[in-house]
Design a protein around this ligand. Structure first.
Ligand SMILES: [Mg+2]
Length: 338
């Protein structure tokens, strides 16, 4: 060992104080939040002024889901700078069809939290945790039987069980009776199941199966203390609720529900343009790096919706205990809006 080595070994270890800024974990829903099928694009400008789109999903050899090119470039940047975790109700198989721009996500939440993919593979430890939690609510077979008993051939197009975890129906919305989803939600609620209507799909999902639980597990494993989240549906409410900062598009169940907690920014944009605005807003909200020895702080108070600053002199904000405690910050009850 040289004298130089001895000197180096005698030095104290890394400074245990928190870094001058901590980049958040970014957890986002996919469908109708970041990526959009053709019927969900909702472009309103003249065709000649429409943004160029990037196809990010093929299904049976046909293009299925899109982002604007600008949203794709911004998402790639976001994924390079932070830990970006897709959080979707899609099964792993459906998720693998999506080819997101930027580096392949190391973690992805699928099946509404039923699967945690690590480097593309479903984590067996997480599956065991989920299986245990699902014993708390009514069995899937009962819920499925109830849904099928009350569905009508006139509007039911398909029925699917996703990975033995939850059920969804594909329906013709124009023929679906207006009260059907509400009645299902009223029946399922006391049995520990949530109901969500998204596009042509009616989901029934056991309440312990949440995106937020799986994202919290990722944060636990990676040591992230702050989370940004985005989503559009009632199944995203828990994810947004437990994030430090959230965004939702101007369309979807959450927009229709009137749920408006202070830490979730409600965008006016609808459709694929909302996806672009949302990624842009998340990038803009990332804390800026500060030199570790530069302790001066801006005298400007944070603007509404800006992230709380994370200077070296204060510990990072806890992930969920710092929510504004206004009554409106509770997630909406998981029954669809009328
Ligand atoms: Mg969605």
């Amino acid at each position: 060992m040289t004298r130089h080595d001895e000197e180096r070994d005698a030095r104290p270890g890394p400074d245990p104080s928190p870094p001058p800024y901590a980049l958040p974990l970014i957890a986002s829903d996919l469908d109708r939040t970041l990526i959009y099928s053709a019927p969900a694009l909702d472009l309103t400008m003249p065709d000649a002024e429409a943004p160029r789109l990037l196809c990010v999903e093929m299904y049976e050899h046909k293009p299925l889901s899109f982002m604007t090119e600008r949203a794709a470039a911004l998402l790639a940047e976001l994924a390079r700078r932070t830990l970006f975790v897709p959080a979707t109700t899609r099964t792993p198989e459906q998720y693998r069809r999506v080819s997101l721009p930027g580096p392949a996500p190391r973690y992805a939440v699928c099946a509404n939290g039923g699967h945690l993919l690590v480097e593309g593979e479903s984590d067996p430890d997480w599956r065991a945790v989920v299986r245990e939690r699902l014993t708390e609510c009514a069995p899937l077979a009962d819920v499925r039987a109830h849904m099928l008993r009350h569905a009508r051939d006139t509007w039911l197009r398909k029925e699917r069980v996703a990975d033995e975890l939850f059920v969804y129906l594909v329906v013709d919305r124009t023929l679906l009776p207006g009260t059907w989803v509400k009645e299902l939600a009223d029946w399922a609620g006391p049995r520990g199941w949530n109901v969500s209507l998204q596009g042509r799909k009616i989901y029934a999902v056991p309440r312990p199966l949440t995106k937020s639980a799986a994202v919290a597990e990722v944060a636990r494993r990676t040591g992230h203390t702050r989370t940004f989240a985005a989503g559009d549906s009632l199944l995203d409410a828990d994810l947004l609720h437990s994030a430090d900062q959230g965004w939702r598009p101007g369309h979807g169940e959450l927009a229709d529900s009137g749920w408006d907690p202070r830490h979730v920014r409600a965008l006016e944009e609808r459709g694929v343009m909302a996806g672009e605005t949302l990624v842009s807003a998340m990038l803009a909200a990332l804390p800026q790096p500060q030199h570790p020895h530069q302790h001066h702080q801006s005298n400007q108070p944070p603007q509404p919706g800006e992230p709380r600053p994370g200077p070296a002199s204060s510990p990072p904000s806890p992930p969920s205990s710092s929510f504004p405690s206004s009554p409106s910050s509770s997630p909406p009850s998981l029954s669809p809006p009328p």
